[in-house]
Design a protein around this ligand. Structure first.
Ligand SMILES: [Zn+2]
Length: 107
């Protein structure tokens, strides 16, 4: 049985600041990194943490679907990378659509 002692073998980084391989990140981080995630711009470790979070968090998984749709739309509309403003605008439209279609009577 081995136990971590709080620092990595080189003594450079406290273990609690080092992402555990495959451990899910929080919602904020997952949502904040979704665009990079769907665009395959994240480091492998970060991508795996976002993936792990999406596996167990339905709201964020939904958010990922939106980003994927967005990505396709953007790709279809412009051959080049879409400007951030366009992305935000489409995202707002989708959010409005989702709010309209998923009204929770108990809310
Ligand atoms: Zn989440």
């Amino acid at each position: 049985m081995s136990t971590f002692e709080g620092v990595d073998p080189q003594g450079l980084t406290p273990v609690d600041l080092t992402p555990v391989d495959g451990a899910p990140c929080g919602c904020d981080e997952a949502v904040g990194r979704l665009w990079e995630y769907v665009d395959s711009e994240l480091e492998e470790l970060d991508a795996r943490r976002v993936q792990a979070h999406l596996d167990e968090c339905a709201p964020c998984l939904e958010e990922e679907q939106v980003e994927l749709v967005l990505k396709q739309l953007v790709r279809r509309c412009c051959q080049e990378e879409a400007p951030e403003t366009l992305r935000v605008r489409i995202h707002e439209q989708l959010t409005v659509l989702r709010l309209r279609t998923s009204v929770d009577p108990q809310a």
